[in-house]
Design a protein. Structure first.
Lengths: 423, 322
């Protein structure tokens, strides 16, 4: 005869896996993520997609303007020309230019001060000033033209100047767990994506536990359930059942990732151009995978027990959603630490952050994926996490036991503390 | 009582400042229908929750089935229909019934045929795989009854079972209760509606203001109440006019005419005074007697009388029918 918590867990799992939400997140999760990444890359590259018209107000003695204009008009992105340049003399009417920008017949104007080659500030004013791509091309063109002017002043020939400016090839690679090496950017991207998925999953399934408790209260099924299962069995069953659901979800996503990575070369070539063939996507080792799963489960148990207590202390979904905000903030703060970890994964700050139990479930997997982490640090982080889970489960069970039969009013924090102390 | 299915001894339960149940002792014999009666807030639901191990008593002991304390082992032998009823709206009838039966310790393979049999019997067969939320309220109530009896419990505990039921479902439930009794099971139910109690109960306990005011078999309770008064119902056949002289109020005898019936009278004799004298005087006066009987108070009258005497006539509303 199965224990009560197992029966509850089985119900949570089998109802959850039939729900539309599960199907949607399984399929749409990766699609959504890929769409976000793809769209932001595409939007960056496209940068408005049209040719920008700009006026170059040339105040220099040497008439550097026409060199800059030539560089700008030669500057291309892919197949398309980005700029059409119109030269204007030093005394050009600025307010007239501003009016043209306003009227839409001009995108912006660049003023080259007389001392620009000696370090004077060239200012661009325009509606596309926030376009990274446009501004990068603009700055690059300006730099190239001015370096040529400076080279001429030093008596170099054009060929010598070009040779001086020849690009330097550089690529960052990182040793990977399997003894090979991966492209730095790719390691970063994979770590980011996985940490983000962990963050989403912990939040999603933690909130699912909370909603499941609130539903049992609001549909009044709770009284029958607690007449045949201890509150602890009920809570444990809910946490375990939904945790298995979350693992299933991660399993489906991993499966999709394996399928996709089997076709990684043609996909990369199709979307990122021929140059992308050199990108080495990291493969995740068994040890890393075990760590990711361990931290996911730990984080999920920690947060879902808190969410279960919140659900028990409220009897409407709206109240529960308000009460969950502080807990969600903690997770959001954790996700805001992603750049700290990816920027300096071996820094003491990263070590501390990945040991804090409320942060480690999403931050430690990221660190593990980016850099080799000493075993003792992983162990310390896991032990801290487990200890916190034990405390959280204990407190949550006490709140749960009292809260599930409380109706009609929202419980204050003070009451929750009292429930925990009275037990 | 050795064969008690439920036995409470000196049970007390407090919630914060509120005393929900005070020093309650009662005993539910095997195989009977036992009514826990009382106005709202008297402590009925709290008592039932303690028997179900949903809340723990502060003082006193509860013994179930002769030897068990409230808990998992006892719960498997109890079918509980709470006052606040509900099912998972998104689950199908089959799955929700299977789940609840499994929680009570039934094996999944045993559940399926029983579910089918009960659904057929209550004319819900074709709703087996329908979601609960698509069922009417009356059908959901029937599913709830099934959930209560599916694991064939030895003890049924029904908290205000008839509240919110339409007359048809009330009959269905009454039939199930009587059938369960016939099968040798014990039924404990709470109500504040005395008509239901009078129709069903073999034994009862009246609670008021968290305390027991009366316990015993329905027959004993009624006999005691009957014997406490020397009252008679008298009906005579007579064409109009004033009441006969033999039925005039006098010292040691109070007569009230039954409202709406000119020929029926309530006669309250002083205790110790023989009814034979009254009967003889009616016969001597040449009255044709249609009815002359000892008045047995209804459970409703007994209840109102006892609860009033206990001083809880205006029951506090409440911090719940806790």
């Amino acid at each position: 005869m199965p224990s009560a918590w197992l029966v509850v867990a089985r119900r949570e799992y089998s109802e959850g896996i039939r729900s539309k939400l599960f199907l949607l997140t399984c399929v749409l999760g990766p699609v959504f993520l890929a769409a976000i990444i793809g769209f932001s890359v595409w939007a960056q590259l496209r940068g408005g997609g049209k040719v920008a018209r700009l006026v170059l107000v040339d105040e220099t003695q040497e008439a550097i303007g026409k060199d800059v204009a030539a560089e700008l008009e030669a500057g291309k992105l892919g197949e398309s020309q980005r700029f059409v340049v119109e030269l204007a003399p030093a005394g050009a009417d600025r307010s007239g230019l501003a009016r043209r920008i306003e009227a839409g017949s001009l995108d912006g104007y660049l003023v080259l001060p007389d001392d620009v080659s000696a370090g004077g500030l060239a200012v661009y004013r325009g509606t596309n000033a926030s376009s990274n791509v446009d501004m990068a091309i603009l700055e690059h063109s300006l730099r190239t033209a001015i370096v040529h002017v400076r080279a001429r002043a030093l008596g170099l020939t054009a060929a010598q100047a070009t040779a001086l400016l020849a690009p330097v090839s550089f690529e960052a690679r990182q040793p990977s767990a399997d003894g090979g090496e991966v492209t730095g950017g790719a390691a970063f991207a994979v770590a980011y994506v996985i940490s983000f998925l962990l963050y989403m999953s912990i939040l999603l399934y933690g909130v699912t536990v909370m909603r499941s408790v609130v539903l049992e209260k609001s549909s009044r099924v709770m009284e029958v359930i607690v007449s045949c299962a201890r509150p602890w069995d009920l809570m444990l069953g809910k946490v375990v059942g939904n945790g298995m659901l979350g693992l299933t979800q991660l399993g489906v996503w991993t499966g999709l990732a394996v399928v996709v990575s089997a076709f990684k070369a043609p996909i990369l070539a199709r979307f990122a151009g021929a140059g992308a063939a050199s990108i080495v996507v990291p493969s995740i080792g068994a040890g890393q995978l075990a760590c990711i799963v361990a931290f996911f489960l730990g984080g999920y148990f920690l947060y879902s027990s808190i969410f279960a207590a919140i659900g028990a202390a409220n009897d409407s979904e709206r109240d529960a959603q308000q009460a969950q905000m502080p807990v969600m903030m903690v997770l959001i703060v954790a996700s805001m630490c992603f750049p700290i970890i990816s920027g300096a994964p071996r820094d003491p700050l990263a070590v501390v952050l990945t040991t804090i139990p409320f942060f480690s479930p999403v931050l430690m997997p990221m660190r593990i994926l980016i850099t080799p982490v000493p075993a003792w640090e992983i162990a310390l982080s896991l032990v801290t996490l487990l200890a916190t889970i034990a405390v959280a489960l204990w407190c949550a069970a006490r709140i749960f036991r009292v809260g599930i039969l409380m109706y009609g009013k929202r419980s204050t924090l003070g009451e929750l503390v009292r429930w925990v102390r009275q037990g | 009582m050795p064969d008690a299915v439920v036995e409470l001894r000196g049970v007390t339960k407090r919630f914060a400042a509120h005393l929900a149940v005070k020093d309650l002792s009662l005993s539910v014999p095997r195989g009977v229908i036992y009514g826990l009666l009382g106005p709202n807030g008297a402590g009925k639901t709290t008592s039932i929750r303690m028997i179900n191990d949903i809340v723990k008593p502060d003082e006193g002991t509860i013994t179930l089935f002769g030897s068990l304390a409230p808990g998992r082992a006892a719960q498997r032998r109890i079918g509980y229909l709470p006052e606040e009823r509900g099912l998972y709206p998104k689950m199908t009838v089959r799955r929700v019934l299977t789940f609840l039966a499994e929680l009570r310790g039934l094996d999944r393979t045993e559940v399926a045929p029983r579910v089918m049999r009960w659904l057929e019997r209550l004319e819900l067969g074709k709703w087996l795989d329908a979601k609960v939320e698509t069922l009417s309220k009356g059908m959901q109530q029937k599913v709830q009854f099934i959930a209560t009896v599916l694991h064939e419990p030895d003890l049924l505990i029904l908290d205000e079972p008839f509240s919110g039921l339409d007359p048809l479902n009330a009959d269905v439930l009454r039939a199930i209760v009587l059938e369960q009794k016939a099968a040798g099971r014990t039924i404990l139910f709470s109500t504040h509606l005395m008509e239901h109690a009078e129709q069903l109960c073999d034994a009862l306990c009246i609670l008021a203001r968290s305390e027991r005011v009366l316990e015993g078999s329905l027959a004993d309770v009624k006999a005691t109440a009957r014997d406490a008064r020397n009252a008679y119902r008298v009906e005579i056949a007579r064409e109009g006019g004033a009441p006969p002289a033999a039925l005039a109020t006098r010292p040691g005898m109070v007569v009230t005419r039954m409202p709406g019936d000119a020929h029926a009278f309530d006669v309250e004799l002083a205790v110790g005074r023989a009814a034979g004298d009254l009967l003889r005087s009616l016969v001597d006066a040449g009255e044709e007697i249609v009815r002359f009987e000892r008045h047995v108070p209804t459970l409703h009258e007994i209840f109102v009388d006892r609860v009033r005497r206990h001083g809880a006539g205006g029951a506090r509303d409440g911090t719940g029918d806790a």
